[in-house]
Design a protein around this ligand. Structure first.
Ligand code: F6R
Length: 260
């Protein structure tokens, strides 16, 4: 796992966008894994600008979202399908047909989850997966206690996550209790994972993920088993790391041609 500590959201977004741009130049039909929530928004903004100003081409890209609320009506502004469309895919030239997410309205949820896993596999797997980090250590909506080998399935949100996400809804009562999420086993199969965490409220989860034991109590710690995981942090999110100076030293001395 590579931990990179940067001065703030903008340099984090630029670095993540650099990795995505390099991937698209090498593989124009790459498969991107997209997260919602606040953390990746500056990356989407940066990519939209690179598309607009520099012609960064997404025409052959395929994308899979990480998760979705169960039961929100089609077109609900907080359904992750809508959020990704509004914040990112409508702003670049990805064909809407090439963007998929778990179907939170399916009558047969287990079948919808299997279909989603099949679709990711049929696309050749995810080349680069963006992730945020829950204050409780979740990635996707794999809450503490999730199986480290899990696949796409229905999960119940922990109250802390519902409270964290209430800011996007009118009130806590409107935040669904159930979600569909790629499993930790699904996420581990992405070829490169970039997790973004900013703000002091993420500091403990960041420490648990990078320096704690690999354990279901901090689902993100499973990324320690990933062969190519990058963790991009601002100073506040990095403030509890024991090895922060070492991470800075390693990154400062890293040959730039290596990229992320
Ligand atoms: C969203 C997702 C979640 C968020 C996490 C952090 O698709 O998978 O794991 O990444 O809840 O959310 P923010 O970035 O809003 O702090």
């Amino acid at each position: 796992m590579e931990v990179v500590i940067l001065p703030g959201g903008k340099p984090i977004a630029a670095l993540a966008a650099d990795a995505i741009e390099a991937l698209l130049r090498r593989k124009p039909d790459a498969v991107l894994g997209l997260a919602t929530g606040s953390s990746p928004l500056p990356v989407y903004e940066e990519l939209a600008q690179r598309h607009e100003r520099g012609g960064l081409d997404f025409s052959r890209v395929r994308a899979f979202t990480l998760d979705e609320y169960v039961g929100l009506p089609a077109g609900h502004p907080e359904a992750y399908r809508e959020v990704i469309r509004r914040e990112f895919t409508d702003r670049v030239n990805i064909s809407p047909d090439n963007v998929r997410g778990p179907d939170g309205q399916a009558a047969d949820i287990p079948a919808a989850c299997r279909t989603y896993e099949d679709a990711i596999r049929d696309a050749g797997g995810v080349d680069l997966q963006l992730l945020g980090l829950g204050t409780d250590g979740h990635i996707g909506f794999n809450e503490p206690g999730s199986s480290l080998a899990s696949r796409t399935r229905i999960k119940t949100l922990i109250e802390q996550t519902r409270r964290d996400n209430a800011r996007f809804f009118g009130s806590l009562a409107e935040v669904p209790h159930h979600v569909l999420t790629q499993g930790l086993g699904t996420i581990l199969e992405a070829r490169h994972v970039i997790l973004i965490a900013t703000g002091a409220q993420k500091a403990q989860a960041v420490r648990d993920l990078a320096e704690g034991p690999v354990a279901a109590i901090c689902p993100a710690s499973v990324l320690q088993l990933h062969p190519h995981a990058t963790v991009l942090l601002d100073e506040a999110a990095a403030s509890s790391l024991r090895l922060a100076d070492f991470y800075r030293h390693s990154y400062d001395g890293k040959p730039r041609w290596q990229g992320l």
